[in-house]
Design a protein around this ligand. Structure first.
Ligand SMILES: O=C(O)/C=C/C(=O)CC(=O)CC(=O)O
Ligand SMILES: [Ca+2]
Ligand SMILES: [Mg+2]
Length: 378
């Protein structure tokens, strides 16, 4: 698994209690302190936003500079490498808006079957546009943040802690370059800086009761966890694949210009045991299409916008990215290797999502992990 010069994901770290968080890249088991190594104050700001707003030419130049320094300037660079076990990792960027899509054909079909058993699994619009909703940016939290079981209404006169607490394994896309109000976004790679792992925690019982007709609200707004690392698009050049074929052909504004399918392989573990391996490459809508859709009405982008793919589920039973699918809404509890069974999450459970992608020369790029432990309702 590579954390070498072909990977170099960005994060925000601090060394000791009280140190102002700063930007670094992960290199092996170290973080390279960029403010020190590159003598650039943009990296001393405690978030990636200012650097991301500089745009793709600056992103490329910085990546090349870091790679050159690491290969030729080791003596100097080593002074700025901080062991990972001596740092605290923070939320890597200030989240502006948070949007969540619904781009897996298999996930959308499975949820349709469970939530709307009497209708067609897919709504009539689903193959014509990437369906999405606006989430709650202020509750996006970094990996490791404890997740308190949400309380809410679960039916008429039914109130209490969620009994169907679930996960959603997703890829998130982080916007660097903004647009003006009324303007449409240009090319995907001219706006999107990189990719991060997302766990969109979901309380299925709260969601099922509240979501008609305006969509997810309190069932998903209590917390969304992200990886501490943002993998720049440049590190995923070997992972790019054609998007899945689409029928019908989408309208012109959604037509794909370049291959932005990504061969990212996710892994979901509950209490350390792998329960699923969702394949991102099988997603129906690609991230360039999501970006085009999100801005076609003239809605502006801001630096730090996060938009997520929606749950990544493949065709196989072992590729489902949520527990509601793995347990078929609790009717088919699944076994953990320790002998216990699960339908939904129990207090104390730890969920960890990791991912890898092919890199240059047979290397395997790691996208890090997003993890969270369930705490009892308050
Ligand atoms: O089909 C529904 O009513 C509900 C769907 C979801 O909960 C999925 C969602 O939040 C988007 C996604 O992650 O795919
Ligand atoms: Ca979701
Ligand atoms: Mg959420």
């Amino acid at each position: 698994m590579s954390w070498g010069p072909e990977n170099l994901p960005y994060g925000v770290f601090s060394r000791q209690e009280g140190q102002t968080p700063r930007v670094g890249v992960r290199y092996g088991d170290h973080v390279l302190d960029l403010a020190e190594a590159l003598h650039d104050e943009v990296f001393a700001t405690g978030s990636l936003n200012a650097f991301m707003s500089r745009g793709p030419a600056a992103w490329r130049a910085t990546r090349t500079l870091i790679q050159n320094k690491l290969s030729t300037d080791r003596a100097v660079t080593e002074g700025h490498l901080v062991p990972l076990d001596q740092v605290t990792l923070h939320l890597p960027f200030e989240v502006a808006d948070y949007v969540d899509f619904y781009c897996s054909l298999e996930h959308a079909s499975n949820l349709g079957r469970m939530f709307r058993p009497d209708g067609e699994p897919l709504m009539p619009n689903w193959r014509h546009l990437p369906v999405g909703y606006h989430g709650r940016a202020g509750t996006v939290v970094p990996s490791g943040t404890p997740i308190v079981r949400p309380v809410g209404q679960r039916g008429a006169g039914v109130f209490g802690p969620s009994a169907k607490l679930d996960i959603e394994a997703e890829l998130g896309f982080v916007v660097g370059v903004p647009t003006a109000l009324g303007e449409r976004a240009g090319r995907f790679e001219d706006h999107v800086f990189g990719v991060t792992l997302v766990n969109d925690w979901s309380a299925r019982d709260i969601q099922a009761w509240e979501y008609v007709p305006l969509g997810p609200f309190l069932g998903k707004s209590f917390a969304t966890s992200v990886s501490p690392w943002v993998t720049p698009l440049a590190a995923l050049s070997e992972a790019r694949v054609e998007g899945r074929s689409q029928d019908p052909e989408p309208p012109a504004y959604l037509s794909r210009q370049d291959p932005w399918g990504l061969d990212v392989r996710l892994e979901v573990a509950v209490n350390g045991e792998v329960v699923s391996r969702p394949p991102y490459r099988d997603m129906y809508w690609t991230p360039d299409q999501m970006l085009a859709h999100m801005t076609v009405n003239g809605a502006s982008l801001r630096t730090g916008d996060l938009y997520a793919s929606g749950t990544v589920s493949g065709a196989e039973q072992t590729e489902r990215g949520s527990l509601i699918e793995l347990s078929w809404n609790g009717t088919e509890p699944f076994k953990l290797p320790d002998g216990s069974t699960r339908s939904f999450l129990e207090d104390g459970d730890v969920v960890t999502i990791t991912a890898t992608a092919p890199g240059p020369g047979g290397a395997v790029i790691s996208l890090g992990e997003v993890s969270g432990r369930i705490e009892p309702a308050r």
